[in-house]
Design a protein around this ligand. Structure first.
Ligand SMILES: [Zn+2]
Ligand SMILES: [Zn+2]
Length: 233
């Protein structure tokens, strides 16, 4: 409890970073600007708009860039252009991720093998082999071998705040603890109510079985480190 209080005091000044969010450009309920405004009022420092993409719509990334630029020019919150490669044939994942990067996406998430949806088997493996992927979202029952490849290729594993996707959090945290993976807590926001406070993100990390120190890494240090490698922070 004492550590928890010290930790909360220490992070009181820190703002949230969320690198997995959906807007109206895919199946989210809000425009990027609406998302950014709501995130701003909930003390977010950085949000990434990572709408679902496959070959059919990956070109829309160029259009989302305009919304991102507008937010960054006018508001005191940083919006990052991203994409989430979703339910794509396993063989195409690397190439769609590459295309997303070429079109301007800074953060590429892959929609991993969540326990909540019939994601194609082999999606986790294809994601952790790709040099264009940054985060494996909600990886469900990720194997040790997949986690080792993620570590080798500097791909972060997600602890998800999202209902359904969060069913795998305990397993993901456990494997990551054994292999040494870097974790990131994201909301996978689709609607306004999905946005969370800093304290809630800490509770989600602790609920996944992470220690205080590991939780801090997953919600503060790791997302910052990833954004630094992209030249965003
Ligand atoms: Zn979605
Ligand atoms: Zn997803």
């Amino acid at each position: 409890m004492l550590i928890y209080i010290i930790f909360l005091n220490e992070v009181l000044e820190l703002k949230r970073i969320d690198l997995h969010m959906h807007s109206l450009f895919s199946d989210g309920e809000l425009l990027p600007s609406e998302l950014a405004r709501r995130a701003q009022t909930l003390d977010h420092e950085v949000i990434a708009i990572t709408d679902h993409v496959d070959y059919s719509n990956v070109n829309m990334i160029v259009q989302i860039q305009e919304a991102i630029d507008d937010i960054n020019e006018n508001w005191d919150i940083t919006a990052v252009l991203g994409a989430e490669v979703t339910h794509a044939p396993v063989e195409s994942i690397d190439d769609i991720a590459k295309k997303a990067k070429e079109l301007g996406a800074k953060i590429v998430v892959v929609h991993g093998e969540t326990l909540n949806e019939p994601v194609i088997e082999g999606t986790n493996l294809a994601a952790v082999k790709s040099k264009y992927v940054d985060i494996l979202g909600h990886p469900g029952l990720i194997t040790k071998e997949e986690a080792e490849l993620a570590l080798k290729n500097d791909i972060y594993l997600e602890i998800s705040a999202r209902k359904g996707h969060c069913l795998g959090n305990g397993h993901v945290a456990n494997i990551a603890g054994k292999v040494g993976n870097k974790l990131i807590v994201n909301t996978d926001t689709h609607s306004p109510d999905d946005l969370i406070t800093f304290e809630k993100s800490y509770q989600i990390a602790r609920g996944a079985g992470l220690s205080d120190e590991e939780s801090k890494k997953a919600i503060v240090d790791n997302p910052r480190e990833l954004l630094k490698t992209k030249g965003i922070l």
